[in-house]
Design a protein around this ligand. Structure first.
Ligand code: URA
Length: 209
């Protein structure tokens, strides 16, 4: 079963308060999302495998550890997920970045992929799918499905704020995918916004409305 990781670090919680505040403008919002993505990347990479190598320090030889070359792919869900990519790349600079863009057909309610581009070695990579908001779970479920269909086997999902419904829906659809959140909020309102949430993450990141 998928595990929900709530990353309760004081720095993340402090920055999230400013992200939530409606008086925080676009520039600060974008910078804060970037910083929180970096801090969350620290936690999401906690289980990365290491290997021991022998090196020479200026004083002696030493056995020391390095990452064992695990390949990572970051996949933002367009468009708000883009705001978290650079923050993660600061800690995992060699990661490749794929993109998934989806919308729901208003008549059939089926997900329509309008853009999917992943690294060519998709089967060899561990993926982190990112979107600041996990609301109904619909886009996350579809995006994860889309990259699984292309061969991805090991996937984590990372967001800033989640609703209980969203977490439950993703866990049910993808029990193999662990979820990392900075906050688990109270509920969704009738317009599909997370309460208390932070509003429309895409609009706040890109200054659109
Ligand atoms: N998407 C957002 O950007 N905000 C929400 O509250 C829910 C979905």
């Amino acid at each position: 079963m998928s595990t929900l990781h709530i990353i309760n670090h004081p720095l993340i919680q402090h920055k999230l308060t400013y992200i939530r505040n409606k008086n925080t403008g676009t520039k600060d919002f974008r910078e804060l999302v970037d910083e929180v993505a970096t801090l969350m990347a620290f936690e999401i990479t906690r289980d990365m495998p290491l290997e021991e190598i022998e090196i020479e320090t200026p004083v002696s030889t030493a056995k020391s550890k390095i990452l064992s070359g695990k390949k990572i792919g970051i996949v933002p869900i367009l468009r708000a997920g883009l705001g978290m990519v650079d923050g993660i790349l600061k800690l995992i600079p060699a990661a490749k970045v794929g993109h998934v863009g989806l919308y729901r057909d208003p008549e059939t309610l089926k997900p329509v992929e309008y853009y999917v581009k992943l690294p060519s070695d998709v089967e060899e990579r561990d993926f982190i799918v990112v979107d600041p908001m996990l609301a109904t779970g619909g886009s996350a479920i579809d995006a994860i499905q889309s990259i699984k269909q292309r061969g991805a086997k090991n996937i984590k999902f990372m967001c800033l704020v989640a609703s209980p419904q969203g977490v439950e829906a993703v866990q049910e659809a993808h029990p193999d995918v662990d979820i990392y959140v900075a906050a688990l909020d109270e509920k969704l309102n009738d317009h599909g916004y997370i309460v208390p949430g932070l509003g429309d993450a895409g609009d706040r990141l890109f200054g659109t409305k």
